[in-house]
Design a protein around this ligand. Structure first.
Ligand SMILES: Cc1cc2nc3c(=O)[nH]c(=O)nc-3n(C[C@H](O)[C@H](O)[C@H](O)COP(=O)(O)OP(=O)(O)OC[C@H]3O[C@@H](n4cnc5c(N)ncnc54)[C@H](O)[C@@H]3O)c2cc1C
Length: 388
């Protein structure tokens, strides 16, 4: 059955026909192609790689980028795609976010003409997969401390170090790797098969099970001069990529929240307890549903407003921190409340709630934790940085 959407405040009236069309397309793809297989993928800890060509054909990879076959969607259209994909699964949305915002975006923004014309069409169509290596075993929230290093050796670079918790890591044909150099932090495109570059997958995850997460190791990898992203200098290079990805997350988690809410709402009208009454008729149940729909509606407005700001080039990183932090938090709250309303059934994978709940624990941590985004907002309103 197709998803009917969640629109308490008639926010759909604020979307254009084109935006609604894009949402319908993504919604149908998730209903028909993702939902039938995602439970088993999560059980088996398997990413549904067979969907990649279709995702590419639909224009979802690098969807809000322009040129090189990219769909050139508006940022609101892109946000709606992220929302629907994450209604399917956060792991699927993560794949698309990493490919578009963390791999294609830096190549488009910072890459040479050769890098763009070689990689962007391949990544857009899904013929190639990319990953983004910033986090290290000792440096997560504070990437400025990274110890991965690239040193000049004649015209080449020698890359050594380790990255971890890298989405798509072992599946990637190309890794965007950030490393310390004599001239500050620089980005490199490291191709699969480069001697000295190895990957190993992280197992035992109870979250993002339908997503590949890996460690990357660079043992004196020799890279040609052409591997350097010429336009990225300093930490602002990777941080700008993260802003792109976090914007998508702010929309994506709405999809997970909407799925949890709608599952609980519909269940509560069918499940009967005490005097053969549906549990929806109990005041405490209604209070939970009212809380969820209120928070989802506020989060939808926040996402839409940020999308409109982004489309008019007025969205700032501190705005994105509020979007990411708030919307992830309300999505987790909705998942927890929905789990509760389903009683024992809420813990099984017959329903999507525990899967979303587990996934959202990652989404709270990656791309800047809840704490770090609170500090960004705090710095913005006080002028005082409190990270250290
Ligand atoms: C499934 C998954 C996929 C990921 N994919 C990628 C990827 O593709 N590429 C990539 O580069 N990384 C990726 N990450 C890594 C992710 O970005 C980091 O986990 C994240 O930045 C947090 O770093 P950490 O885990 O080292 O936690 P830490 O930085 O060690 O933080 C631990 C706790 O301390 C708190 N804390 C730290 N510093 C402060 C402070 N100054 N003030 C207050 N609280 C603080 C944090 O908020 C958190 O609660 C992924 C992670 C996961 C789980």
């Amino acid at each position: 059955m197709s998803f009917r959407g969640v629109d308490y405040l008639l926010i759909d009236s604020r979307f254009s026909e084109q935006e609604l069309l894009v949402r319908r397309t993504a919604r149908r793809f998730v209903d028909e192609r993702v939902l039938p297989l995602i439970r088993d993928c999560f059980r088996d800890a398997r990413f549904p790689a067979e969907l990649i060509p279709e995702i590419g054909e639909l224009g979802f990879l690098g969807a809000n980028l322009h040129g090189y076959n990219c769909a050139g969607m508006s940022n609101v259209e892109y946000g709606l795609v992220m929302q629907e994909l994450e209604r399917g699964d956060s792991g699927l949305r993560s794949f698309v976010s990493v490919q578009g915002a963390l791999v294609m975006y830096p190549i488009l923004e910072y890459g040479s003409d050769d890098q763009k014309s070689h990689w962007l069409p391949l990544l857009q169509s899904g013929q190639a997969v990319g990953c983004f290596g910033l986090t290290e075993p000792g440096f997560g929230s504070n990437p400025a401390g990274m110890i991965t290093r690239a040193q000049k050796d004649g015209p080449d670079w020698i890359l050594s170090g380790e990255k971890t918790w890298i989405t798509n890591g072992s599946a990637a044909d190309v890794a965007v790797v950030w490393a310390r150099t004599a001239e500050g932090i620089r980005g490199f495109l490291v191709e699969k098969g480069t001697p000295g570059f190895t990957t190993s997958d992280i197992h035992g995850k109870w979250s993002m099970r339908a997503s590949v997460t890996s460690s990357l190791s660079f043992a004196d990898c020799r890279l040609p001069a052409s591997a350097l992203l010429p336009g990225a200098k300093g930490l602002k290079g990777p941080l700008a990529c993260l802003s792109q990805a976090r914007y998508g997350i702010g929309w994506g988690v709405l999809g997970a929240a909407m799925d949890c809410y709608e599952t609980a709402r519909s269940y509560s009208t069918i499940r009967k307890q005490f005097d053969d009454r549906p549990i929806a008729g109990h005041q405490l149940v209604q209070e939970k549903l009212a809380g969820m729909i209120t928070e989802i509606s506020k989060a939808q407005l926040l996402a839409l407003h940020c999308g409109r700001l982004k489309d008019s080039a007025k969205l700032e990183p501190a705005h994105i921190s509020m979007l990411k932090r708030n919307n992830v938090a309300i999505a987790l709250d909705c998942a927890r409340a929905s789990r509760d309303l389903l009683g024992a059934n809420g813990i099984t994978d017959e329903y999507p709630i525990m899967r979303h709940l587990c996934n959202l624990e990652t989404v709270k941590t990656y791309e800047g934790t809840d704490h770090i985004h609170a500090l960004v907002i705090g710095e913005r309103v006080t002028g005082v940085a409190a990270y250290k």
